[in-house]
Design a protein. Sequence first.
Length: 335
Amino acid sequence: MNPALLLAGVLRNPGAVVDLAPSNWNALWAVARAEQLAGTLAHRIAGLPMPGAAARLVADAIAAAEQGRTAALWEAEMARRALAGLDVPVVLLKGTAFAAAGLSPAVGRVIGDLDILVPRDALPAVEAALLAAGWEWVKPDPYDDAYYRRWMHELPPLIHRDRDKMIDVHHTILPLTAQVRPDAAALLADSAALENGLRILSSQDMLCHAAAHLFADGDLAGGMRNLWDIHCLLGEFGFEGLAERAAHHGLGAAMARAVRQSIRLYGTEAPPEWRGWDMLDPLFHRRLTARDGWGRSTRKTIQLGFYMRSHWLRMPPTMLARHLWTKWRKGHRPA
């Protein structure tokens, strides 16, 4: 069996691990780690009969995920304190938002950078406040800095000099050069406040953001985890009003594909109108499941195709050519 499909099957039906052969255990953990789903897998199978070595891996993964959750929430609190005097909405995104709101995708989830969304006209004040609170620029190169500020959906990334934690400050959820332009004002206006004053996206917008990140922007690397987020959010929030909201953001096609792939991979329960399978869906499925038994990426030709697609979606061809030429020249400048 394809190791990625093995992982998906165990996430769907944790009891399947009871009959796993040792070689399949190795493949299961290798792919789970590669897809950043080890903590999620560990929570799903904890307490089931398994080899002693696997039980130790489960315990370690659960502990690591809990430590990561605590660190992520603390980083969000540090950002809240740094920005408290600005009187601007600060919306948590992705894994930190799931953890802060106690949502099901947060269980065992690896949480990387802190991602926040603020109004675009508040960026100068937010930037100044974060710099004053100890964050520093990661990208000192003038071209990269200018590119982010003019064309991207976020400031250049920042890292805290003491805690070594990254923060990405978004003003929308897709690059300004992308073919799709979500309604950033609506994302902010319909966000919900948490007890500490930070905010999270509405349930429908969380799903739209997850679909945008996976199918309208990136190359699907690590897509199994992102699709698991979507699977969990759909189970938690349902489908009411989702098609209309996705269409409002220009993400109808991405959301529909996300649902179809989630049904195929994780068995997501969905109304009939969300089911089906278009002619490109098998290709997306092959990209999502491109792992071998060591967790290594496979299907290099498909990967390259999706890498090229991700750049095509992000900017017009002429601009893309100019950007890649500039980056190539900078990377190959003689010493």
